[in-house]
Design a protein around this ligand. Structure first.
Ligand code: SAH
Length: 261
């Protein structure tokens, strides 16, 4: 069983949109997110030119295959699973968030056609429309919950699209193991004592914060070796300055001796 959603089995259904521009903007959002099946039910004052203008040329193929129906029941007839989208929470309804909904749809989408239904701009979906839905999804918002229809389409399509990426292998760098981390912390403790950053009387006490900080940030193996390189360089520089100081002192002593004799 695949762990990715099958976008070919997803259709977006716009129920009685009042503005042709919203159909075009929805088509464009769908095209951005790799979803191609658009169904429109009983659009109000339908104007294809206004649809096209918002869809832009890139979504021309979504518009070419777009289907227009007289009733919502007809638009959903061949779908095995229907998700209603709603700006309203409350009542008896169980309403999902988009990520949770998409996770539930991954197995269903393998063998079934799924429709997401969006309601008209002024009233949303009626109770009768919602009865055709198997489940409901709400996009969480601040107090003002009603999104523009095409923007709601975008949020849902984005969520669906990201679920196609879930199975892709992402590069995970190797984290430093405990041995590497402890080696680095010992080197760090030594150098911090040398430069008088921590008290040599009780270094472990002072190292506690540093230790938990470096453990918490989950260093990668490569980063640990960079920090150890830095510590080595600080040590080298300190020793060099010390040797140079001795040389200078020796030279100064010699000059003084010569001038005295
Ligand atoms: N005034 C209507 C909102 C209509 S907005 C109402 O109160 O229901 C048009 C459509 O966009 C809605 O029917 C729904 O399909 C979608 N939509 C808007 N905001 C949404 C949200 N927060 N979550 C899910 N869908 C939303």
């Amino acid at each position: 069983m695949s762990d990715r959603i099958r976008l070919e089995n997803i259709a977006i259904v716009l129920h009685q949109p009042r503005f042709s521009e919203n159909i075009g903007a929805a088509a464009r959002a769908m095209r951005n997110m790799g979803i191609r099946r658009l169904r429109v039910v009983d659009p109000h004052m339908y104007d294809f030119e206004r649809v096209q203008r918002m869809a832009t040329h890139s979504a021309a193929d979504v518009l070419r295959d777009m289907e227009i129906f007289d009733s919502l029941a007809d638009a959903l007839a061949e779908c095995e699973y229907v998700v209603g989208t709603t700006a309203r929470l409350g009542g008896q309804r169980v309403v999902n968030t988009p990520p949770r909904m998409v996770q539930q749809l991954i197995p269903i989408s393998q063998e079934n056609r799924i429709a997401f239904v969006f309601g008209r701009e002024d009233r949303g979906l009626s109770n009768e429309d919602l009865r055709l839905c198997h489940s409901l999804v709400n996009i969480p918002t601040a107090e003002f919950s009603s999104l523009n229809m095409a923007q709601a389409v975008m949020v849902i399509c984005y969520e669906l699209f990201t679920a196609t990426l879930a199975g892709k292998k992402t590069f995970v760098p190797r984290m430093a193991n405990r041995f590497e981390l402890d080696g680095m912390l010992t080197d760090l403790k030594d150098v911090l004592i040398k430069i008088s950053y921590i008290n040599p009387e009780n270094p472990d006490y002072w190292m506690n914060h540093i230790r938990s900080f470096f453990t918490r940030i989950q260093l990668r193996a490569r980063e640990v070796s960079i920090i150890r390189g830095l510590i080595r360089q600080v040590n080298w520089y300190g020793e060099k300055r010390y040797r140079d100081g001795l040389e200078e002192q020796k030279a100064a002593d010699k000059t003084e001796e010569c001038t005295r004799t």
